[in-house]
Design a protein around this ligand. Structure first.
Ligand code: ADP
Ligand code: XUL
Length: 523
């Protein structure tokens, strides 16, 4: 019975899931996570990001991701799973982050020495030591320049699925080319985190998939090809430095001799990696239109599948490609888990105590409202951080705990209206989806039933399912996505959290108050 490996390189950790899928038996046989800060203290990251005095800057070391990939492949090899049954591998990665490789990479990737650690051999291939990641908001000037050059915000959104966003790769590439022309000139290939890690597996420059490619402000959504006006407006000579775009879940090579000789892997197929949100779409089972998922990870995201790309006229959200070949709508918030942790840590609470406060305090926080911008925010755009507390102080434990959770849920409900989906159920995923008291607030704010899923890491699961789908397609079998996800993506029995009608009524009014405070704060 074949095995499929899915990897997820997120902001804070690398997760692996191995699935067994044959006739009559479908189950997860291995699951493991590595937290970057703990496993690789030598890089000095906090929550996976290099500390910076500038709140707008967020970069991570790509060599740390390579180290984590090697450690995880070693773990998989030693886990007792029968490696010879491994048919295919795919992966998921935090979106938007970029890795800059020099001309040395083409030969270097193909001739990795199995006797030596991976990161040492990748180091001389880097044209830039750090990768700007999705938490970076330092490129407003470049966003304005790119939009102006392509004929405005609307034109960019209509072609690429999003207006210019600070964290999107085009603005990041432009900033690098302006600030370090030598480093940019030495760059032979710009990868996303996803295509960089896929390249390390195959031993050759891997292409990008449309799901992650659409998080760059460079890809024509309809054609799934680079859009020349955006590429040319971003940086000189960029067209030659971008990988090709391959169809979603296409085969892009096999595990290179490095992995075979170092750890005993077979030449398993490598299926194109994608972004963590596209992978999660599959990993939470949204292979049809009409349902929403919410991921409460390092970022909070709201997303759903779309058959046709309906670009957001308000400029709030994004349309990305989906692994199924469809599209997905998404709105992203930066003040997600780390904002919840800020409140928890300020009052020295455990998650259990935090939840106890949610259970004991009344819905609506007695009309008190927080604007939870501990860090610069993506939705709405807030470049200078600052938490607003209306009607309470930063010393009031209960008001702050309820305040941050209600604010996040109301912001998500407000800023996902553009997707125009009638929501009666929500699939919840990400680390904080383990917390049922947070999910009850979600159910009450959205007026929808919220489900927890059996496999918590939906991005790694989605990647493993893409490996399964891509492997079948490469063998000439077209598996319908409903069949791919069957039995793997199941809500936990009895996990349904139903909305409380009275609380929902209260939030329907409070959300308008929240919206008006938000508007005022942005003036
Ligand atoms: P990533 O986006 O990096 O994949 P995860 O989805 O793994 O992140 O989520 C990690 C976050 O989950 C942690 O930062 C932590 O704040 C949060 N978390 C874990 N357990 C709980 C809990 N019981 N209640 C609330 N948040 C939690
Ligand atoms: C999505 C986004 C984040 C990252 C985090 O647009 O920026 O969700 O993908 O992993």
């Amino acid at each position: 019975m074949p095995l499929y490996l899915g990897l997820d390189s997120s902001t804070q950790s690398l997760t692996a899931i191995v699935l067994e899928a044959g006739s009559g038996r479908r189950r997860v046989v291995f699951e493991s996570s590595i937290a970057f800060d703990d496993a690789f203290p030598q890089y000095g990251t906090r929550h996976g990001v290099l500390p910076s005095d500038d709140a707008a800057m967020a970069v991570s070391p790509p060599l740390m991701w390579a180290d984590a990939l090697e450690l995880m492949m070693d773990r998989v090899a030693k886990s007792g799973v029968d490696l010879q049954r491994l048919a295919a591998v795919s992966g998921s990665a935090q979106q938007h982050g970029s890795v800059y490789l020099s001309a040395a990479a083409a030969t270097g990737l193909a001739s990795l020495d199995p006797a030596r650690p991976l990161a040492d051999q990748v180091a001389p291939m880097l044209a830039r030591k750090v990768s700007p990641i999705w938490m970076d908001s330092s490129t407003s000037a470049e966003c304005a320049e790119i939009e102006a050059a392509v004929g405005g915000e609307r034109a960019l959104a209509q072609h690429t699925g999003s207006r210019a966003f600070e964290r999107f790769t085009a603005a990041q590439i432009r900033k690098f080319a302006k600030q370090d022309p030598g480093g940019y000139a030495a760059t032979d290939r710009v990868h996303l985190v996803s295509s960089f890690l896929a390249s390390l597996l195959t031993g050759a420059h891997a292409p990008m998939d449309p799901g992650d490619g659409s998080g760059m402000n460079l890809m024509d959504l309809g054609a799934c090809q680079w859009w020349p006006p955006a590429v040319d407006s971003t940086a000189t000579g960029l067209a030659a430095k971008l990988p090709p775009i391959t169809p979603a879940a296409a085969s892009v090579g096999t595990l290179s001799p490095y992995w075979q000789q170092r750890f005993g892997f077979p030449a398993a197929r490598v299926i194109a990696w994608s972004g963590d949100n596209p992978c999660s779409l599959v990993g939470v089972g949204l292979v049809r239109e009409g349902r929403l998922a919410i991921s409460l990870g390092t970022s909070d995201t709201v997303f759903g599948l779309m058959r046709e790309p309906r670009v957001d006229e308000t400029g709030t959200g994004h349309v990305f490609g989906a692994p199924t070949g469809d599209y997905m709508g998404l709105t992203c918030f930066k003040n997600g888990s780390l904002a919840r942790e800020r409140v928890r840590d300020q009052f020295r609470l455990s998650w259990e105590e935090f939840s106890g406060i949610l259970r004991r305090t009344p819905a609506g926080n007695a009309g008190r409202i927080m604007l939870p911008w501990f860090e610069p925010e993506i939705t709405p755009t807030v470049l200078t951080p600052g938490v607003r507390r209306l009607g309470f102080t930063d010393q009031d434990v209960a008001a702050n705990v309820r305040g941050v959770i209600e604010a996040q849920q109301m912001a998500m409900a407000l800023h996902s209206r553009w997707m125009n989906v009638k929501i009666d159920s929500i699939h919840a995923t990400g680390g904080a989806a383990a917390n049922r008291d947070i999910l009850q607030v979600m159910a009450d704010v959205f007026g929808a039933t919220v489900y927890q899923l059996q496999v918590g890491n939906s991005a790694a699961l989605g990647a493993a399912l893409m490996a399964l789908h891509g492997d079948a397609a490469a063998e000439g079998r077209r598996l319908p996505w409903d069949e791919v996800i069957k039995e793997f993506v199941e809500p936990i029995a009895d996990s349904a959290l139903k909305p409380n009608a009275e609380h929902h009524g209260l939030y329907r009014d409070l959300i308008e108050t929240y919206a008006s405070h938000e508007r005022k704060a942005l003036l």
